[in-house]
Design a protein around this ligand. Sequence first.
Ligand SMILES: Nc1ncnc2c1ncn2[C@@H]1O[C@H](COP(=O)(O)OP(=O)(O)O)[C@@H](O)[C@H]1O
Ligand SMILES: [Mg+2]
Length: 234
Amino acid sequence: MNISTMENKNEESHEPFRDLSAYLQAAREEERKTIAREIHDELGQALTTIKLDLSLLQEEVLHDASAATIRIRSMKERVDETIHTVKSIITKLRPGLLDDLGLTAAIEWQANDFQNRTGIVCDVSFSPEEMNIGQEISTDIFRIFQETLTNITRHSGATHVDVLLNIKGLFLELQVQDNGRGITPDEINDPKSFGLIGIRERVQYWHGRVDIEGKAGRGTNLTIQFPLPPESKP
Ligand SMILES: Nc1ncnc2c1ncn2[C@@H]1O[C@H](COP(=O)(O)OP(=O)(O)O)[C@@H](O)[C@H]1O
Ligand SMILES: [Mg+2]
């Protein structure tokens, strides 16, 4: 789709905007379910193990001091892992951050957190610095950004990421470029690439376009472009 067809679509697309709140409600419900499952699976499992360890420790304290010492050490590690799990679940709940900070500051926060966690340098640039765009579209952009960073961590082997968020006329553009191994055409088009499919669905909802490009050994570039929804137009 080129830019002029996006403009036309945007003018004609009152219907999807009317369905927006229902759509968002369903999406949020789905996200809440995922997080609840994660709390149940990961946190529930960790706490059950710690409880079991405590029962064993109770015996060892009485009869086998050295076994107790070893168990205490491994329990400390498990508690550390559990703290890490809690932090990561909180991060997933973070789009609350968007309400407080706005999109550019939230993206900056996420990039900084990513850099600290992974050691992959993440440079961010915005033009303009402040963007007054709608809450719902901001949430989708933020989610796309998170998924892209997760992919870079998992798959790219990159050491450097450049993030650009620009408003160009009536379009908003997000570009994320890494210097890793480069995604292949097969990976881009794989019907089991659910993360990428999720990104495309979010972008299609807003009548935008996605462009993913890999250069072998030289990195992956993801560009998304949205026509800004009417309430955000300058
Ligand atoms: N930045 C990247 N660099 C290299 N390969 C990537 C990158 N992002 C995605 N990929 C490849 O594309 C595939 C599909 O990504 P995605 O749909 O998010 O699925 P998942 O992350 O669950 O594997 C990944 O499995 C990976 O092989
Ligand atoms: Mg993924």
